[in-house]
Every structure is written in C-alpha cells, then in structure tokens.
Design a protein around this ligand. Sequence first.
Ligand code: ATP
Ligand code: MG
Length: 413
Amino acid sequence: MNDILPDATPRWHQLETVTRAVLAAYGYREMRVPIVEKTELFARSIGEVTDIVEKEMYSFEDRNGEHLTLRPEATAGMVRAGISNGLLYNQVQRLWCHGPMFRHERPQKGRYRQFHQVDVEAYGLAGPDIDAELNIMLARLWKALGVSALELQINTLGTPATRQRYRKLLVEYFRRHLDALDEDSRRRLDSNPMRVLDSKVPETRKVVEGAPSLLDHLDAESQAHFAEFQKLLDDSGIRYRVNPRLVRGLDYYTRTVFEWVTTRLGAQDAVCSGGRYDGLVELLGGKPTPAIGFAMGMERMVALMEAEGVSVPDTAPHAYLVRVGAEAERAGLRLAEQLRTALPGLRLLVDCSGGDFGKQLKRADKSGARVALVLGDNEARKHEVGFKPLRNTTEQVSISWDLAVARLAAWVQ
Ligand code: ATP
Ligand code: MG
C-alpha cells in the first residue's frame, strides 16, 4: 500500500480533474459508496472461483460477527447501492465513482494492495451503442490526458447459454492437456473452466493459445451485437483489435468485454478494463437490468502519463512574502489576505519561520516562487511592498499594495 506524497498529488489532481470533466460531458454523475461491504456481496457477484474471491480479499469479522470485506472492486457496491436506493428499476442511469480498492496480490510495479480506480457504469441500456460510446468517451479521455500509447482490445463472451455450450468444448480440450496446466487451472477445470483462459501462468498460457475460441460458437444475437459494436467503433475512427482470449477476471460479464492496454508499462499492461454484465443486477436481487461499465486503474494511468512525458500543472507558489520587523509582521498578514481576496487562484506563501531578510529570501527562492514580496516596517507604514523577481535579474522595486495586485494578476488564471 502506497503513500501518495505531496510531490505526486498534482499529477493525481490533473488525472482526476480531466476525468471528471470528460465524464460530465457524457452525462455521468458521481456516486460515493462505502469501502466496506458484506463479504457475501463480492463472493456472489465476482464469483467464488476467481483469484479475487479465492485469495485476494481483505476480509474480517466485525464486532457483531458480520463477515465484511474491503472492496476489491467497485461494481458490486455500485449495483448494491443502486438496488437498495431504487436507482435502477426501469431507469437509465449513468454513474461513476472513484477511490481505493484492496486486493492481497503480490506487490510489484503497477500492482499494489491498495490501488485506486475510476469506475464508470451505465444501467438500463441494452444496445451496442452504449458499448461503443463508453469507448469513444475513453478515447476522448486519453486525448484530453495527453496519452496515446493505448490499444483497445475487444471480445464478446456471448450469453450464459452460449458459454454453457462452449464450456463443454473447453473442458474437453483442457483435459487433453492436463499435464501442462498449473495447479489452480486444473482445480478450476470443473468449477470454472473459463477462468483458465485468464490465467497468467506462462505454461498455461501456451495451452490456452490452442483452445477453441468462443467466437466460433456465438449465438446469433450476441454475434449481431458484437458486429454492430465494431461498426460503431469504425464509424468513430476508434482503432481496436479483436482478442478472442480476452475473458476478464470476473464472472459477471456477458457479451462485450474490452481492455485498453499499453506497451509502456511492462507486465502490468491493462490500464482500463470493462464489459457488459446484463445478469448482475438480477443476481444481486434487483429486476433484470442491462448494464455495462469499466474501471480505470489510476496508478497505472499516472505511470503512463509520466512515461509519455505529460507535463504537470505548476503548483509552486506565485509569490512568497518576506516580513522583517514587528510592524511588518502584522501588516504582512493583512496584505496577504488582501492579495488572496483580490486574486482567486493566487498561491501565496507567507514566511512564518522568521529570521533576517537573507534567511527568508533563501527560503523564498527555494519555494520556487516567481517573486518575493518584501515588507519592512517602513513599507508597511506606507502601504508599499518591495517586489523582487526571483527568476530573472530584474531589480527590486517598491510599489503600492494596489500595484502589487495588478502585477500578480497577470500570473493568475
Ligand atoms: P490485471 O489483469 O492487471 O490483474 P484485472 O483484470 O484484475 O487487472 P480489473 O479487476 O478489471 O483488473 O480492474 C480494472 C483496472 O484496475 C485494471 O485494468 C488495472 O488498471 C487496475 N488494477 C487492477 N488490479 C490492480 C492492482 N493490484 N494494482 C494496481 N492497479 C490494478
Ligand atoms: Mg487482477
């Protein structure tokens, strides 16, 4: 679990601000849901025979003996909240949330035990147009964030009935290659053979390469849905690759699944993953409601922005106020307030550490400020202040407090 230190937060703010704006442009509204849910919610929605539920959840018993879990993903909680607050029945909802998720995985670059996701969900829409629009929106988001090294991979998982038929073929195939499968995969062969397709074990992956493809066994409706999804992406000029091996690590997906992957981050290459889960709302006790959503991994997106050299907005102070003398110390706080009131967005640091002019000026320089405002008792009495640019050789001049506002205004948007 990582600390996100103050030097890193401007990048996160940049990601959050841009994401928020793009989501708003498509009508998504933010919802905030608890970090803790009943364990059973995740077991039922994600699936008992998945990595997350079998070995990655932070679960505990509370004082009443209730079994609770720190959320490993957001969809289950969003659906639970949607049902219990009457948001989903017979309605269309475009919702999103963001925040920490918890999985007890082996920590490595791009894989952490507390990580953060932006989670986006559309409820009540069954057609392939929303599947396409979500990805059109993501393409716009990547552009707005300044990243380009992302490829969209898509696949369809058909309906539960399709998968039932496909499952038989899959089990037969894997049985013929039993020796080459890892232990987890062998164990899952009967309970959840689709999971084997999602294995990350290299030996197993080799076997998976030769497995029959679900695309060859699709029902007609899923086929039409998938074809239309692709046509709409084509119309919008969104490039993609059909990856028949893309199955996603959670049980609840139906039909469309997709993943935006990058070659810039090494092994942890999935930045944003999602899909359709038409059966989940009903499974969790609501009325049948089509739904589709995705989650973007924020740590990986931050890393990608870094890797692609996206510049971070400047957060250094615009100005640093140096006060020397008892009168100046008091007047300085008033001046600072006047400046902040007159100039919303101004970042002004008042040196409260004390010391002589030289010491304070050194700190002003170190702060990254563009200008030091230098206030002595004399200036304070006259409502003047020394204006000393720190990033060029311009001489210090004494100006009125009003003029100081005017000069700083040019730097503040
Ligand atoms: P992966 O295949 O990398 O394990 P996943 O299929 O488990 O990802 P999802 O559960 O779909 O991922 O989560 C959506 C996104 O959240 C991923 O695409 C990834 O960017 C991010 N993510 C998932 N697990 C972690 C983690 N442990 N640390 C950091 N980011 C993660
Ligand atoms: Mg995973």
